[in-house]
Design a binder for this molecule. Structure first.
Ligand code: RFL
Length: 452
């Protein structure tokens, strides 16, 4: 962990040095008597007392950033950790505040594929080989009542997507950020508050060692849909656009791998999908009612429904290691910025999981934001930051459209009680077009790879 700052009184010498021997950010000598905080703590020259850690109780805390970070990132999910890794690699002093402990975020399992565009972003930062394990993802098996057709998602001139579970990516990011780059993540940081009263955002948080406060030049809210950073934006600034599809998915992580390609299957009995989650496991998604609970879905029913919806009585039961329910909905909050606070990932937008794009949109955001922050902090060029919200939102709306297409097609084409036989027939025609129209196929490939 970084945060070392040397301080000698009288003839004051301050080393703005975060990670001894790794990055010397600056070196200041002064002969004036140091100013002091109200608690009598000397303030390093060049910093105002808001910038400097002013809580005396925290001064002896090795985990306290005694030189204010340039960027504070709230949330160590895939968005926050990716951004922190990019910025730390670029020499930007940033601190990540995460309310959970490390073990919790290391085992949280959700997405499974980093789309080709996301792979490009990691390659641009020189991190693809270190972060993205897993085989190439190049096909989806679209089934209707058990009959499968494999759709090739690769495009000439473009690299492929990669199977890399969100859990694997997060673990690789933590290793890269903490063990290789000596980055700074404060786990179990609770009661995070954000204020914008001044020209610089300020953040407070608590942990086992006390309460801490710092200001920063830029603040990033990547604390998911239920975080605190978005709530700190005054009422009336953000517009929320929302669409609820009216049904849910049961997500069941099972001890059985996908044997062929990822499956997205419509059936008269409702949607089922099977997506790889590592070499030994896969996740089944089953369309269900919004009000369904675990009591409605014992393991036996899960396997009976999988066999029914895939029209394959040969599928064997396997252990179900996790089940939860996800309401299908789309949300966009606009703009993705307030003053020097930038929202990224689920804090700004949600897509239904039928599109498999939530993590990939988060990666898009932080790819744009990482480059914009480096341009602002290192080159004094704030134009990319000014454009951040518009750049991301135009991509986000394209992918909300794709997510709506996928969700409607996969569900309307299936159970006719969903939206009636007429919509079932048009949705099946839409699906057929992927295999009969090169134009429709090309657009679908571009969406799957993340290039729209
Ligand atoms: P995350 O991953 O939720 O991370 C947010 C982090 O912020 C922390 N936090 C706080 N920290 C400090 N103070 C607070 N007050 C805080 N409040 C929250 C949290 O502990 C957490 O560590 O958001 P991020 O980084 O924006 O990443 C978004 C993605 O996680 C999400 O979009 C994807 O998981 C969505 N998603 C999928 N995306 C894909 O691209 N492909 C998929 O196949 C895919 N499948 C899925 C999904 C999401 C699912 N669920 C659970 C909704 C499947 C499912 C079932």
């Amino acid at each position: 962990m970084g945060g070392a700052a040397g301080l000698r009184l009288g003839r004051v010498e301050v080393r703005l040095e975060r990670h001894a021997g790794l990055r010397l950010l600056g070196y200041v000598r002064q002969t004036v008597s140091p100013r002091r905080t109200r608690q009598g703590v000397p303030i390093p020259p060049g910093l105002d007392d808001r910038t400097f850690k002013c809580e005396h109780s925290s001064m002896n805390n090795i985990n306290t950033p005694s030189v204010a970070p340039e960027v504070v990132i709230i949330g160590a999910g895939v968005a926050g950790l990716t951004l922190a890794t990019f910025l730390t690699r670029a020499g930007v002093h940033c601190v990540v505040l995460e309310r959970r402990d490390r073990a919790y975020i290391e085992q949280r399992n959700r997405a499974g594929v980093v789309e080709a565009r996301g792979v490009d972003v990691f390659e641009r930062w020189g991190l693809a080989d270190d972060l993205l394990g897993g085989p190439l993802a190049g096909a989806i098996d679209y089934r209707v009542n058990g009959a499968g057709r494999v759709f090739d998602t690769t495009l000439d001139g473009r690299g492929p997507s990669r199977f890399c579970t969100q859990q694997m990516l997060v673990n690789n990011l933590l290793h890269q950020l903490l063990d290789v780059l000596d980055g700074d993540v404060r786990f179990e940081a609770t009661d995070v508050t954000v204020s914008h009263d001044d020209s610089r955002p300020a953040v407070t948080w608590s942990d086992a060692e006390g309460t801490h406060a710092t200001s920063c030049t830029y603040l990033v809210g990547s604390d998911g849909d239920r975080g605190v950073s978005r709530d700190a934006i005054p009422d009336g600034v953000l517009t929320e656009y929302r669409y609820d599809f009216g049904y849910a998915w049961l997500a069941a992580l099972v001890e059985a791998p996908v044997t062929g390609d990822a499956i997205m299957a419509v059936s008269d009995h409702g949607f089922v999908g099977q997506l790889p989650r590592g070499p030994q496991r896969s996740r089944y998604y089953l369309q269900c009612r919004l009000e369904d609970t675990e009591q409605d879905w014992p393991d036996e029913r899960i396997w009976d429904e999988i066999r029914l919806r895939l029209n394959d009585q040969g599928i064997q039961d396997a252990a179900v290691v996790e089940k939860f329910f996800v309401p299908l909905r789309s949300v966009v909050r606009s703009p993705m910025r307030y003053r020097n606070l930038f929202l990224a990932g689920d804090a700004a937008h949600l897509v239904p999981p039928a599109s498999a794009k939530g993590m990939n949109l988060a990666l898009f955001d932080v790819g744009v934001l990482g480059e914009a922050l480096v341009a602002a902090l290192r080159d004094g060029d704030t134009a990319p930051l000014e454009a951040y919200s518009d750049t991301c939102l135009s991509h986000v709306w394209n992918y909300q459209d794709f997510a709506t297409w996928m969700t409607d097609t996969m569900h309307d084409a299936g159970d006719p009680t969903q939206h009636g036989i007429f919509r079932q027939m048009t949705a099946r025609a839409r699906l057929d077009q992927l295999f009969s129209s090169p134009t429709a196929a090309r657009l679908h490939r571009e969406y799957q790879l993340g290039y729209n």
